[in-house]
Every structure is written in C-alpha cells, then in structure tokens.
Design a protein around this ligand. Structure first.
Ligand code: PSV
Ligand code: MN
Length: 388
C-alpha cells in the first residue's frame, strides 16, 4: 500500500464546492426548525461558506441556486466572494417552485410554459457570465403521478427540444450539466429518472453537456460506483452532488450513512481519471442541515470526503491488478478493504497542522466564536431558507 506521504500531492488536489442553500434554514415537509444566526442573504451565505474554506482549505467555491440567490449586483457578489478567498461556482436553475410548473417545466405540455422555463435558464446563463461560473446545473422536478396522466414519449421529445434551446446559449467555456433523480416530487414517472436518460439527452446535445450524479438520487441497493465508472468511461461525468441517504433523497451529510459507499465511489473516480489535475469533474455537496448546526455540518462533510478520498488513494492498485489477474478473489477484496480500513485521521491532522491549518477544524470553529458572533450580528431581516 502507498504511504500517506506518497498520496499527499494527489490528495492536495481535492476541492469541494459548497451549496449556498446548506447555510439557510431547511427542513422537511413537516417542519423547518429555524436556527439563530443563519444568513439573511446570499452575501452572508458566502461569508459562512468562506469560513468552511478558511478552516479546511477544501472548499474554494460556492454553488448558487437561482432565484434563491438572486442579487442586484453579481459583480459585487463575486468581489465579496473573492475578498474572502472563494469563488462563485455552479449556477443551479430552479423550475420547481412557480405555479406555472405544476405539470412540469422543460417537459410541460404547454409550449408557453416550456418557453418560460427556457427563459429562466437564459437568465441563469446571463448570471454565469457575470459570476464567472462554468456550470449550469439543471435538475427537473418534471414528471407525473398517475398512469395515463401524461404522454411519456412527447415529454421526452419536448425535453430534447428545450435542452437544445438552452444548450445553444451555453458559452465556449461553460457547460450544461443535467441531473437525474428516480422519484420525487413526481411518483409515477420522472422525466429524467436515471443516468441513462440523462446520458442520452446530453449526448444528443454535444461536448459541453454532461451528467450530474447526485448520490442520493438512486433506488436503495443501486450500485452507484458502477454508474460513476460508466459515466467516466463515456466521458460524460460532469459533477457530483454529494450527500448521503438512508431511505430516499435524505440530503444528509456525505459519508455519514455509508462511508464505505463514498470510498467505493472515490475508488472508481480515481480509477476512471476523474480526480486530480486535468479533470473537469466537479465535486459538490447538495445537503441540508435540518437539525444540526450548518457551518459545522459543512465542515464535517468536506472532512468526510477528504478522509474517504485519502483511503481511496491508498489502494495498492498494482497489487490489486495482480490479484485480479490471478483470479484471486479474496486477495483482491482484502487489498481494497485494507485501504478502506486504514485510519487516516491522525495523518490528515498532522498534514493540516503542517499547512498552517487547525488540526481539528470543528474544534477550531467552536473556539473561534464565529457562531456566537453571527447570532449577535444577524438580528433582524429575514433568515434565508427554501423559497427565500
Ligand atoms: C433535487 O432533489 C436536488 O438534488 C437538485 O440538485 C436541486 O437543485 C437541489 O436538490 C435543491 O436542494
Ligand atoms: Mn442534487
């Protein structure tokens, strides 16, 4: 197995994009439990995200969600981010909260509604030009609840046409990234339910169109790392939305429910050339912290990704290849498991200390007084949250 020291140069490449919405209030359809000190606007969300990066050096960019993160002046927002040492990342469109989208957006049976949704994406692309963002991420809530409700085939054709109209506006250094999800909010069918559909749609568009894999968007038992392998093999893995799930789209802290799955995913990412210099795969979080504090929740998340990436880099690939070629099932499995069972926490802490970072970023955050300060400072105004 390689030593920790040997994997450091590659590990140092890890960069994780934080979702602006993780810092606002969130909840389930039953209740949102508000937390004191949450940001009241996008500027404050960026400030909190920058704190995560300051303590970990793992999170140099922040994803925006439009209209949740609409501001009057995006160049001012960009400057604010840069002053805090971060950049503005992926722009997520939102076609799931307007009355018009009751029966869908880009796949709606009414051409006027489809055009409204297309126009929203044009607005997002305009914003990307101002923020310097590379990726436009599209997740659609489109689908139906009852057999017979909708014409599945026509909706797929409308999707193709709508995406083509959006893709035409994508700049040379920009990308369109299409996310899939197998159910919710629609329960009978979703128009982009799986990686195959997302792949077919983006492949028809061109080189600047990719797939986003949200780890929480699969049926229980799905071999997610197989999908990672396949999308990388096809050159179409654009990004990850990392989170973890016990049941559905739980949006829990990545690596919390199943660290082994995260490890297996990172093994395939590395195997497939999706990690490190020269790759364009974006690692993002898509999470909500409903009952735990948000900034520590994000710190925990990026540390979890770092830990499992380190373990995945520790896999002795040569020995693994030999074992596979020998048909030695147990040896191959043992080599993989050796890396997974390696506790890298002390090495990571020492590496952080050597880089001038806190050994324990969570403790450093608790001691910094930042949480208390924002509770004091952020009085008045409307706390950010879904739909705000
Ligand atoms: C949908 O469940 C999703 O995963 C999409 O990425 C959305 O943009 C995001 O969640 C909103 O939290
Ligand atoms: Mn997502």
């Amino acid at each position: 197995m390689p030593s920790f020291k040997e994997i450091v140069p590659e590990l140092a490449e890890l960069a994780i994009e934080l979702p602006s919405w993780a810092f606002g209030n969130s909840g389930t359809r039953f209740k949102v439990f508000p937390q004191p000190g949450v940001p009241r606007d996008t500027f404050e969300k960026i400030t909190d995200a920058a704190k995560v990066n300051e303590l970990t050096h793992l999170a140099p960019s922040v994803a925006l969600h439009i209209p949740w993160d609409k501001v009057d002046d995006y160049s001012k927002l960009k400057k604010h981010a840069e002053e805090l040492g971060v950049t503005l990342g992926t722009v997520n469109s939102n076609t799931f909260q307007d009355e018009a989208y009751k029966f869908g957006s880009l796949c709606h049976h009414d051409a006027n509604v489809r055009q409204q949704a297309i126009n929203h994406h044009f607005d997002c692309i305009d914003i990307m030009h101002e923020t310097g963002s590379r990726d436009l991420k599209i997740w659609l809530a489109d689908g139906s609840n009852y057999p017979g409700q909708a014409d599945l085939r026509s909706r797929q054709d409308w999707l193709t046409d709508s995406l083509a109209a959006i893709y035409e506006r994508i700049g040379d250094s920009q990308r369109l990234v299409l996310e899939y999800k197998f159910f919710e909010p629609a329960f009978y069918h979703m128009d982009v339910p799986d990686w195959g559909t997302a792949y077919a749609q983006v492949a028809a568009l061109g080189d600047k169109a990719m797939v986003c894999l949200d780890t929480g968007h699969h049926a229980p038992g799905t071999n997610v790392e197989f999908i990672v392998m396949q999308l990388l093999r096809l050159g179409k893995l654009g990004s990850f939305d990392f989170n973890s799930r016990f049941y559905a789209d739980d949006d829990l802290i990545v690596g919390a429910a199943d660290p082994f799955q995260l490890f297996r995913i990172m093994v395939e990412v590395i195997r497939g050339g999706g990690f490190g210099k020269g790759t364009d795969v974006a690692f993002m979080l898509d999470q909500c912290h409903n009952v735990e504090p948000k900034i520590p929740g994000q710190i925990r998340s990026v540390l979890n990704v770092q830990e499992m990436t380190a373990r995945a880099l520790l896999v002795d690939r040569e020995a693994l290849g030999d074992a596979r070629n020998d048909g030695d099932v147990l040896r191959a499995n043992a080599i993989l498991m050796d890396a997974f069972h390696t506790d890298v926490r002390a090495d990571l802490a020492a590496w952080r200390a050597a880089a001038g970072l806190p050994e324990d970023p969570l403790a450093a955050f608790a001691e910094s007084g930042y949480a208390e300060r924002i509770v004091e400072e952020r009085k008045g105004g409307k706390p950010a949250g879904w739909g705000v």
